[in-house]
Design a protein around this ligand. Structure first.
Ligand code: ATP
Ligand code: MG
Length: 418
């Protein structure tokens, strides 16, 4: 038997209803706030991710699904959405019409990480990106949206962590002190971090290795190195969050796994998820549009992991099973042909039909109608049809009535009053 690939998963009926509800809620919320949907390819040139996410990040160093296509160009299954949205914003010169653009998108991402609970090789994200606005109010509104979405989805243990990563100017001084700190902690760092501490010291703060985490407890915090502008920006984000009553904790060592972030960064964590506790992450990436060849436009955004969100949403307690409104028991050739016609028409009228296309006995068809928890059963037996009628059975009250088949669909509609 052929099985799916490790780290990939099927989302089956029973589970998929939760996903549909998450996506529907997110769409409505984003649309209400003026965001437009954007749908982008899953394959992009490798260079796009290498240049935006950063060569020395885990994603680019080891997690991307990259392969040469037939002509030898290197292409990659997108590991995240932001780089593609930026590419599209630049490629279609969207900034020329209006530099301010707000997008959301929903779709799969691919990272070849070690599969475990909450970590898959194909996973799904809801993304939001805003271009052309450097105001801290925009960061606060994005965070507000993410937090509200979580409460609309009845997530009860989400906690917002925020930090500022400053701009290249403040980072210069910070990197110096961080490097000094790292060189005094070398014996506790993993091999990857030893390398990172030279090339990209900020990345060490993101290492999940427990020994590295321990070593970093006393590491300098970037918020103490912010330039006056970045410091003011961060203060304003906090002020705006307080205004709309969004509680947060300042997480002075929070960095994200991608190099493009500047200033505001945030993560929403849920304790009940265990080790993979980050459900959403995002922040500002003011330099990325320019880095990728576009105009100097600021940007900010976030990504929510749907797989993890689906684990913690209160929707899990709801029953989404769709029951047939009417189950047509057909007995015999003529009956089946009528049942076929009726079921097509019921479906169009919003009466959910189910019918038996096999030639089974009344008893076994009734059994199936019961199992599917149909609200009503329509019995179209030969005798009844001879007389130009069918039997409608209310499966709750067990009452049966006879209904003439003339304009049956309308009659049933009036009778069962959906
Ligand atoms: P983590 O810290 O768990 O590795 P990350 O910082 O790599 O997450 P981002 O790149 O910021 O995650 O992506 C945002 C969200 O996407 C995460 O908060 C998480 O919910 C989800 N996510 C990321 N990688 C995976 C994965 N391999 N499987 C499932 N969800 C994921
Ligand atoms: Mg990761």
């Amino acid at each position: 038997m052929i099985q799916l690939i490790r780290g990939f998963k099927d989302i089956l009926p029973g589970e998929v209803e939760i996903w549909q509800n998450i996506e529907k809620t997110a769409r409505l919320l984003f649309e209400d706030f003026g965001f437009k949907e954007i749908r982008l390819p899953i394959l992009e040139r490798t260079e796009l991710f290498a240049r935006s996410i950063g060569e020395d990040t885990d994603i680019v160093e080891k997690e991307m699904y990259t392969f040469p296509d037939k002509k030898g160009d290197l292409i990659t299954l997108r590991p995240e959405a932001t780089a593609s949205v930026v590419r599209s914003y630049i490629q279609h010169k969207m900034y020329a019409k209006d530099p301010v653009q707000k997008f959301y998108s929903i779709g799969p991402m691919f990272r070849r990480e070690r599969p475990q609970k909450g970590r898959y090789r194909q996973f799904y994200q809801i993304n939001a990106e805003v271009f052309g606005i450097d105001s801290p109010f925009m960061d606060a509104q994005l965070i507000f949206l993410a937090v509200k979405l979580f409460s609309m989805l009845e997530v009860t243990d989400a906690k917002l962590h925020i930090n500022s990563l400053g701009c290249p100017k403040c980072r210069l001084n910070f990197k110096e002190s961080l490097s000094a700190f790292l060189s005094s902690a070398t014996e506790k760092l993993c091999q990857d971090c030893l390398r990172r501490s030279k090339k990209n010291p900020l990345r060490v703060l993101d290492c999940k290795n427990s020994s590295c985490r321990e070593a970093m407890v006393g590491a300098p915090a970037i918020i103490n190195y912010l330039c006056p502008e970045c410091s003011q920006h961060f203060e304003a984000v906090k002020y705006a969050l307080e205004k709309v009553e969004i509680p947060f904790v300042i997480d002075k060592h929070l960095v994200r796994g991608l190099d493009y972030y500047t200033r505001t960064t945030f993560e929403i964590q849920a304790g009940s998820l265990g080790a993979q506790n980050a459900v959403a992450g995002g922040g500002r990436y003011d330099a990325l549009v320019k880095t990728l060849g576009g105009p100097d436009q600021p940007a900010t955004g976030f990504a929510i992991g749907i797989d993890r969100l689906a684990e913690i949403t209160g929707l899990r307690n709801k029953d989404f099973t769709q029951k047939p409104d009417i189950y047509i028991v057909a007995l015999g050739e003529k009956s089946r042909s009528l049942a076929f016609e009726w079921s097509c028409n019921f479906g169009l009228e919003g009466i959910r039909p189910e019918m038996d296309l096999s030639n089974r006995s009344l008893k076994s068809q009734m059994k199936r109608a019961n199992r599917l928890k149909a609200s009503y059963v329509l019995i179209a037996g030969d005798n009844e049809l001879e007389e130009g009628s069918v039997i409608l059975r209310n499966m709750t009250s067990k009452k049966q009535i006879s209904i003439p088949i003339e304009s049956l669909v309308e009659k049933i509609k009036a009778e069962i009053k959906l």
